[in-house]
Design a protein around this ligand. Structure first.
Ligand code: SF4
Length: 507
């Protein structure tokens, strides 16, 4: 290798020596979403050479049918504008001359291709790369992979919804995704390559080139780091609060009663909630509930509360629960029926209280097994990839590769890039399959990890299904506990009957 080559970055190597030396990013505006009925009204494309946009194609097209007002509102393209433009038949020769045989990059390629392929005069024999597919595997934890989201994530200054602007955005996003791919560890790239090899995915060629570029770089200057931009990534944690403190598995002694005055003072005018929680208002109903919950903890009694909308019931039980758990080195299980409430408690209310209250506490969000990936199933699947999965399924597995390396939780809710519920059934943890301590991934296992953490947490957030299945399993999931709060308690009967009931039939 000559010295000048040694100085080249992976990005320049791949842009100079590969199929990506020159490519065309493309976008269409159409009169609707159905390619059978809708028509193209604008074609935008940019030619990228060695990582720089060198030429642009931008042409409005006159459709045969009317232009729906919703499309005008979205794009700003008016009926008048398209009526003054040439029909597609006149645009096609200029368009095909612009794209030639260069590889195409399209966001959600099947959509645009379904419009282009209706016209036999447009002969597309070149490779087509889908920036949406690439984004899903490179950034699996992004909240979604829409063009707008990616533009914001990469801080690309570009207004959208006109074809040429969108094509420019696609080109820049694709280059940034390639950079991230080039910063990924070689083992993950090789794993992805193994998954797609033998399928007709254009990613095969791309990943092979990326693997060879990374392999050529003996020392990479930069290895992909986990992004922590919470605005764009799905939630990454299932353990919250303070690392240093922990509750006792099984709970402590019921000795230290709550001081009602100090618990109520949290909700006072000029108290910590008023001072630090935006929009907080003192409400008598909330105070009544706080007092009732605190007294129930002190007396070890059952309490049933009906709290109307706007009472602020979550804080009314969480604050006394946190004080009780920390003071008594104990655990409080909070069970909800819906995922929305579960996530509101864990990702909003508990972090806010952790910031506002003067006592450090630890919380865990514990979901059912099937929410977590089973590492044993995953690595077994990889070893049987050619025989056990269809080409289509293999493409669908790709967004799991980088995610499995990066995730701290193994909770599939984090991964918006992975879409197949059917495939997930083959990969998620399940009790019938689990080898327990005999499993070679036991120490790294996400299910075991979060369950261990739940035994050390002051507040454990679960759903009713998990709670009742734990009861059926004699507390083998949650361990023993003495304090339980049901929110959305009107759903208990249904869930309890499902787990603890017997079904009779006359047949
Ligand atoms: S311990 Fe069980 S759930 Fe965890 S990786 Fe092993 S088999 Fe899968």
């Amino acid at each position: 290798m000559v010295p000048s080559e040694r100085r080249k970055t992976p990005r320049s190597l791949i842009l100079e020596n590969s199929v990506l030396d020159t490519f065309v990013a493309l976008d269409l505006e159409t009169t609707g979403l159905d390619p059978q009925r809708a028509e193209i009204i604008e074609i935008g494309a940019v030619k990228v050479e060695k990582g720089e946009i060198k030429a642009q194609f931008d042409q409005l097209v006159r459709p045969e049918g009317p232009l729906p007002p919703a499309i005008t509102r979205l794009t700003g393209i008016s009926e008048d504008m398209v009526r003054r433009s040439p029909p597609l038949s006149q645009v096609i020769p200029f368009f095909t001359d612009f794209i030639q045989e260069f590889p195409l990059v399209i966001h959600n390629a099947p959509f645009d291709l379904s419009f282009l392929q209706k016209h036999p005069e447009i002969c597309l024999s070149q490779r087509v790369y889908d920036s949406l597919e690439l984004a899903r595997l490179v950034l699996p934890r992004l909240v979604n992979h829409k063009l707008q989201t990616l533009v914001r994530f990469f801080q690309i200054e570009q207004s959208l919804h006109r074809a040429a602007n969108d094509a420019q955005a696609v080109a820049l996003i694709f280059l940034r995704l390639m950079e991230l791919l080039l910063e990924t560890d070689l083992a993950s790239i090789q794993r992805m390559l193994k998954i797609v090899q033998g399928t007709d995915s254009s990613l095969t060629e791309l990943l092979a080139e990326v693997a060879s570029v990374i392999a050529k770089q003996s020392v990479l200057t930069k290895i992909r780091s986990k992004s922590t931009d919470a605005n764009y990534l799905t939630q990454l944690f299932n353990i919250g609060g303070h690392e240093a403190v922990e509750a006792l598995p099984g709970g402590g002694e019921r000795s230290q009663h709550l001081d009602l005055k100090s618990v109520l003072s949290v909700f006072d005018i000029d108290g910590p909630l008023q001072q630090q929680l935006k929009g907080y208002e003192k409400r008598q109903e909330q105070l009544d509930m706080v007092k009732a919950v605190a007294e129930a903890f002190n007396q070890g009694e059952l309490l049933m509360v009906e709290a109307g909308t706007g009472v602020g019931k979550s804080l009314a039980y969480l604050v006394p629960a946190i004080y009780w758990a920390v003071q008594n080195n104990d655990r409080v299980i909070v069970s909800t029926n819906t995922k929305n409430l579960q996530e509101q408690l864990f990702y909003k209310d508990l972090p806010e209280l952790s910031r506002i209250l003067d006592i450090p506490f630890r919380s865990v969000l514990l979901k059912g097994r099937s929410n977590y990936i089973c590492l044993n199933k995953w690595y077994t699947a990889l070893s049987q990839i050619e025989t056990a999965f269809s080409p289509e399924e293999r493409r669908e597995l790709l967004p799991l590769v980088i995610w499995v390396q990066e995730t701290e939780t193994g909770d599939i809710a984090e991964n918006s890039g992975f879409k197949s519920k059917l495939l997930w059934n083959k990969l998620c943890a399940e009790s019938n399959y689990c080898l327990g301590q005999k499993c070679k991934y036991y120490q790294k296992c996400f299910v075991m990890k979060v369950r261990r953490e739940a035994l050390r947490a002051h507040i454990v957030v679960v759903n009713h299904s998990l709670l009742f299945s734990d009861l059926c399993l004699e507390n083998s999931i949650l361990g023993s506990y003495q304090n339980l709060i049901f929110d959305e308690a009107h759903n208990i009967e249904k869930v309890a009957a499902q787990y603890l009931g017997r079904q009779l039939s006359i047949w």
